[in-house]
Design a protein around this ligand. Structure first.
Ligand code: FMN
Length: 437
């Protein structure tokens, strides 16, 4: 059966000291500040024809493990994290076709500021700017911005509705053809084509117009990762691309069907939003090499349960170190990442925290991909045939130049040979490439 081409994106876990202490990471502890490795990564994934780079972000130092920061700081877990919009600018300058998508949380930035940052990114990149729209998930981050805690989960989405409306209206506050540059009449901008928006919402207001001017894409691309019902409905209303991690082919199909239905409910064409699933392929020279890597990774996870406890605790605000590792997990709730906690609890069932965590930490992706580049390319093709699109988001735990080469010079050429991903970009602008197939 012929597979339609699918899309690829890379999920960079923040510009930071990636995978410090792991093999092949060079002098990352000395070099991370320059962000050179991530800029090289952007160049490489562009060479491989990826649609976009999504820069993850969080704006706090973890504390919810042994009720302190020590574990997070000692292990460099999600810390340090550089401001993604600054690093996005470097990536934009180093590339010419790749979409660049920094994460900007609605609780931390004002709508006008996000519209301006992303609008400027769209301008300097020639129409390749995007925004990963997240609502935040930690009270610790809220405290860095003068709040005691984040608003409740669903209310954050209600607030985000207004936030996005303002951004979109601000981007639309400059009509096409507004810059006339008429030297004879001494008119740069036609005032009749630039408008105030006078938005007054329950949570946010903004007057406008946006002072940074029109965007090449008119509306920069919006990425979202709603996992809860509320989150999915939000994503289907606003997003051009959705990144998700439902577990297994059946769950991926169900997720896509649910998004398609919600897109239609919002009056949108289902093909106008591309759903990409999280993967982290393990590649070897031979199948046996790849399986050995998998065994090593699983053994590492079994020996380092504490690491996984802290990681899940970091996104759910739960201090798992206070719980008995050898007792059943029981009921838990969160005002943080609800979908991740739900998936963990489904895995846990009646098992102990230790057993559940080892299982969860070795199956963090939508689907396990293990083998030689050609085998993994075949697995990806089959999955896309089964799910019906739209592509994959690579989330590699140990980002280093070797990982980059494995993906961009090993796996992607194998996918290109099968004709299931692009070899060359057709368009200059991000959304045009995203909607190409
Ligand atoms: C692939 C992926 C990337 C995400 N990136 C971020 C991020 O950079 N920052 C953040 O605060 N949340 C991030 N999230 C969390 C989502 O914004 C969202 O909170 C999460 O998927 C849970 O969905 P829910 O809020 O609808 O329960 C990400 C989620 C996924 C699946």
């Amino acid at each position: 059966m012929r597979t339609d081409p699918f899309h690829l994106a890379w999920f960079l876990q923040g510009s930071s000291v990636q995978a410090w202490g792991a093999s092949w990471t060079g002098s990352i502890a000395d070099e991370w500040m320059s962000a050179d490795m991530f800029v090289d990564l952007a160049r490489n994934i562009e060479r491989a024809g990826f649609d976009y780079m999504l820069l993850e972000d969080s704006i706090y130092v973890g504390e919810n493990h042994h009720t302190g920061r020590d574990y997070f700081l000692k292990r460099g877990m999600s810390i340090p994290r550089q401001e993604p919009s600054v690093v996005a600018t470097l990536m934009a300058a180093a590339t010419s076709r790749l979409g660049i998508v920094p994460t900007l949380s609605t609780f931390a930035y004002a709508p006008y500021l996000v519209a301006r940052i992303v609008g400027t990114l769209d301008q300097i990149s020639g129409g390749r700017g995007g925004w990963n729209m997240v609502t935040g998930s930690s009270d610790l981050s809220a405290m860095n911005f003068g709040m005691d805690r984040l608003p409740p989960h669903d209310m954050r989405y209600d607030m985000a509705e207004e936030f996005v409306e303002i951004c979109k209206e601000l981007w639309g506050s400059w009509e096409p053809g507004c810059i006339v540059a008429d030297e004879q009449n001494n008119v740069l901008i036609d005032p009749s084509k630039v408008h105030a928006i006078n938005y007054k919402g329950r949570y946010y207001s903004s007057r406008g117009p946006l002072n940074s001017g029109p965007c090449p894409q008119h509306q920069p691309v919006i990425a979202q990762a709603g996992g809860s019902e509320r989150g999915k409905s939000f994503a289907a209303k606003w997003a051009d691309t959705i990144v998700a991690h439902p577990k297994g082919v059946e769950a991926m199909k169900a997720y896509k069907a649910s998004i398609a239905q919600k897109l239609v409910e919002h009056g949108r064409d289902p093909s106008s939003c591309k759903v990409l699933y999280l993967v982290g392929p393990l590649l070897g020279e031979t199948e046996e090499d790849a399986k050995a890597l998998l065994r090593r990774r699983n053994a590492w996870a079994a020996r380092n349960v504490e690491y996984s406890l802290a990681r899940l605790g970091w996104i759910t605000n739960i201090d798992f170190s206070q719980m008995d590792l050898d007792a059943p997990v029981g009921e838990l709730s969160t005002n943080g990442h609800q979908e991740s906690l739900r998936q963990f609890l489904v895995k846990a069932g009646k098992r102990t925290l230790r057993e559940a965590m080892v299982d969860y930490s070795t199956s963090g992706q939508s689907i396990d991909l293990v083998g030689t580049p050609d085998q993994v390319a075949g697995q990806m093709e089959e999955i896309m045939q089964e799910v019906g699109g739209d592509g994959f988001l690579f989330s590699m735990p140990n980002v280093c130049r070797r990982t980059t080469a494995e993906i961009c010079d090993g796996l992607i050429p194998a996918l290109q040979k099968r004709g299931v991903v692009r070899k060359h970009y057709t368009h200059k602008q991000f959304r045009d490439n995203l909607l190409e197939f």
